[in-house]
Design a protein around this ligand. Structure first.
Ligand code: KG4
Ligand code: ZN
Length: 360
């Protein structure tokens, strides 16, 4: 009798999964390569980082004013081997001793995702380890499980990144109800496009945050889109267009001269919309904990304004700035909760650039 076409992989991975579920413990090696950061990490039981390595490509993409997909894929390929080795070394373990392999399957840039997914599949197959495919947004949410060991669902979560803006009711680990989302640009995209209009380098969110600290948020009045009385959706394309038209009408040098006030006022328009919908969802849903996730969760004004707007007694949580951006530790954490449900992927999983959130 010959082995099945996967040469016994499925049976070996299932046996390893059964052992993890019995022990309720796992050191998960995860890879994240959805955009312009290659990252590898080992995380114990979804909550404790044993190692985290991140190779950022920003220094290269900044020359082009944004992420160039082909360059991103190539740089992921150059970085991934050494990064995985370094993460395993730093964790004080070996590839043979990690319990499972996790990887971001989407959404993101297809070529960039493929590098991580192919690498993870090859490792899982060679090592006979369970493989877990993770939705990038689920990873961002899980970064809070690492940052706050006492955080447990249910909670309300505002996910704000370069590609997504979502308000979700997190009813359990890996279980979500989407309450609102953006109808056009994501919040991070609005920050990046606004920064570009103001002549600031990519990625613009962090630049606007920094410059806004010395500016007046009421100096200029930019629109806050409201999409119906009770709507929890967002729209950021209008505020970006308003900034562009305003700057165009001004004399040359105006944006540079008023950069602090422009950054502060533009940022405030984005923050007000995010805070308005999140506070409304919190009041309506009655959750006592609100969580921020994604790259824009690093924004200091968003953190401050949301803390002031939430109903008394509501707890606000967000990851440290280092875990707001894309990283593999958050992917390992999300994978842990999938593994505990006995969920693993087959070797046929593929990169899914447009993976919808609800599908996971
Ligand atoms: O989550 P992330 O690292 O990548 C995606 O999944 O998209 O988010 C990146 C986004 C970028 O748009 C970046 O400008 C924004 O997060 N960002 C910020 C700040 N730090 C990063 N936006 C506002 N304020 C910040 N401090
Ligand atoms: Zn992200």
């Amino acid at each position: 009798m010959t082995d099945s076409p996967d040469l016994g992989y499925r049976a070996a991975a299932n046996a390893a999964l059964a052992q993890i579920m019995r022990r309720r413990s796992a050191d998960i090696l995860a890879i994240e390569s959805s955009c312009d950061e290659t990252s590898a990490a080992v995380v114990r039981d979804g909550r404790t980082i044993l190692s985290l390595k991140i190779a950022s490509q920003i220094d290269i993409h900044v020359r082009y004013g944004g992420v160039v997909p082909e360059i991103a894929s190539r740089m992921h390929m150059e970085a991934i081997d050494a990064l995985v080795d370094a993460a395993v070394d730093e964790a004080g373990t070996t590839l043979c001793d990690v319990s499972a392999i996790a990887v971001t399957v989407g959404p993101g840039l297809v070529g960039a995702l493929l590098v991580g997914v192919s690498h993870a599949k090859a490792m899982a197959w060679a090592l006979r380890k369970p493989l877990v495919g993770v939705h990038h947004i689920e990873g961002h949410i899980a970064s809070n499980y690492i940052a706050h060991p006492d955080l447990v669902p249910p909670f309300l979560c505002l996910i704000v990144s370069g590609g997504h803006t979502l308000l979700a009711d997190v009813t359990d680990y890996g279980r979500y109800r989407v309450l609102g989302s953006t109808r056009d640009d994501a919040a991070g995209e609005a920050f990046d496009k606004g920064a570009r209009i103001l002549g600031l380098p990519y990625p613009g969110g962090v630049q606007i945050d920094r410059l806004a600290r010395q500016g007046d948020p009421a100096a200029f009045d930019f629109p806050r889109a409201k999409l119906g009385e009770d709507a929890l959706d967002f729209s950021f394309s209008g505020v970006k267009t308003a900034l562009m038209q305003f700057v165009r009408k001004q004399p040359e040098g105006f944006a540079q001269e008023h950069i602090h006030d422009l950054a502060a006022s533009y940022q405030q328009a984005i923050v007000d919309a995010l805070v308005d919908r999140t506070a409304a969802a919190c009041r309506a849903g009655g959750r006592s904990t609100v969580v921020l996730a994604g790259g824009v969760a690093a924004n200091s004004r968003l953190r401050e304004c949301l803390a002031n707007a939430l109903p008394t007694g509501t707890v606000l949580r967000y990851p440290p700035v280092s875990l707001c951006a894309d990283n593999a530790a958050m992917i390992a954490s999300a994978a842990w909760y999938r593994l505990m449900e006995g969920e693993t992927a087959g070797l046929d999983i593929n990169a899914s650039p447009g993976l919808p959130f609800a599908e996971t």
